[in-house]
Design a binder for this molecule. Structure first.
Ligand code: URA
Length: 432
């Protein structure tokens, strides 16, 4: 087989076989195929797309380029969830103890934040002592014993994807649906869960700006998962505004605790319950999604899963007193308050700008090497559809002076207050 022939084949829109795709991925990972040929291949995929079979072959070849976790020592169905990345997305932190409390097993690898979206691992690290690196044996024991564990991506998960993603970044080929789907699924399939729920974000603060693209991506990922023998479902959820009110690492832990106490933001509660509903059904804990959703909602509202959160944090060496004294989180930085300049309804919040404001304050990274401040961030106080009077408090910035002026400008330009009461549809669709 010659790489030049395979590039040609894709250039003319012909379908590549599993063996041909494996040849490309293995060759590139081993350094036998140079960047210029891989770049030409990626660009031909960008323009000609891939069939579901090709995308599946690509996901599997990238999965098999590194470690594939064997979680068979954990009893029962192992579940996982993945979000395509949003602003204020703290779903995993609430969902892990909830799912575990209700009797399913969540074994999750998460990432760090980059750009305007935060990462679950950074958020958990704002809890003093919390260990995000666990040896595989301890990770599995913890899931067996208490029902959940969340660790950083370790070992050599899908190294081919890392290499190809870096090349896509500099060849303008990131925004290709088959490349995104196979990239995400290669890592999810390598992480060893039996059932996965994908939360595909749609809107200004998301990777997928339109419902149509989000739907295509979701359907393809569900198909890839099915062909790989996993139970995969996807929910398409709005990222027209940040999730919940708080953005920033420790601030998001604060809001996660509020949600586990039973009085969290409605949108966060809703997404947690929708995903939990699917995972409980896939685990056989309940007979259908509706029963799973109801159980999740009632449990969250009762506060019953909060002790499981403490147990999970303690198991990973985190300081539970930090959680019990959560109000201290709000005292660690200076505060700057913003007030409404007009009467009306909040019609729009640009989630991307809010995410960037958080980054300017130091809550997120512009490059992988940047250091973050775990306590800075934003509390938005209002959601789309809320009625506002001139002079109302609309936002508190938690800051250490760094980036404050830029963040204020971004937040002020991200709010649109007008005469129309808008209702945001949070869960756009479910693909099961
Ligand atoms: N996230 C991924 O993991 N891969 C992509 O290609 C895009 C987003």
């Amino acid at each position: 087989m010659q790489m030049v022939d395979l590039i040609n084949k894709k250039k003319y829109g012909d379908e590549l076989s599993h063996d041909e795709i494996k040849f490309i991925i293995d060759g590139y990972t081993k350094g036998l195929i140079p960047d210029y040929q891989m770049s030409a291949f990626l660009m031909s995929v960008y323009f000609n797309g891939m069939t579901t079979d090709e995308s599946t072959a690509l996901a599997l070849a990238m999965r098999d380029s590194g470690d594939v976790l064997d979680l068979s020592d954990i009893t029962g169905t192992k579940v996982d969830k993945h979000s395509t990345g949003g602003v204020g997305d703290k779903v995993s932190i609430v969902l892990a103890p909830l799912v575990a409390y209700l009797g399913a097993k969540l074994a999750k690898m998460s990432g760090r934040g980059l750009g305007h979206t935060g990462g679950t691992i950074d958020k958990l690290e704002s809890i003093p002592g919390f260990q995000v690196e666990l040896p595989l044996g301890k990770f599995k024991d913890q899931v067996n014993e208490i029902g959940c564990a969340i660790v950083g991506q370790s070992g050599d998960i899908a190294p081919a994807d890392k290499l190809i993603y870096a090349l896509r970044d500099v060849t303008a080929t990131v925004d290709s649906i088959p490349l995104i789907a196979s990239s995400i699924m290669s890592k999810k399939l390598a992480s060893g869960a039996d059932a996965i729920v994908l939360d595909v974000k749609v809107g200004s603060g998301a990777f997928m700006k339109t419902l149509e693209d989000a739907r295509k991506l979701s359907k393809l990922m569900v198909e890839i998962g099915k062909k790989a023998g996993k139970k995969v479902s996807a929910i398409l959820t709005s990222m027209e505004e940040p999730l919940g009110y708080k953005i920033g690492n420790a601030l998001e832990i604060y809001e996660s605790i509020e949600t586990l106490e039973g009085h969290g933001p409605e949108d966060l509660t809703e997404i947690v319950c929708v995903i939990t509903g699917h995972l409980l059904k896939d685990s056989g804990v309940v007979k259908d999604y509706e029963a799973g959703y109801k159980l999740a909602y009632e449990t969250l509202k009762s506060g019953a899963a909060l002790p499981k959160f403490y147990e999970f944090v303690k198991a990973q060496n985190g300081d539970v007193n930090f959680l019990k004294n959560k109000d201290e989180i709000l005292t660690k930085t200076k505060q700057h308050k913003l007030y409404a300049k007009a009467d009306g309804y909040l019609e729009k919040v640009d989630a991307l700008k809010v995410g960037l404001a958080g980054m300017k304050l130091g809550a997120g990274r512009a490059t992988k090497e940047d250091k973050i401040n775990l306590f800075v961030g934003i509390d938005l106080h209002i959601k789309i559809g809320d009625k506002i009077k001139k002079g109302d408090l609309i936002c508190t910035l938690y800051h250490d002076e760094k980036g404050l002026v830029d963040a204020i400008e971004l937040i002020e330009s991200s709010y649109i207050i007008g005469p129309n009461k808008r209702h945001l549809k949070l869960v756009e669709e479910m693909i099961v």
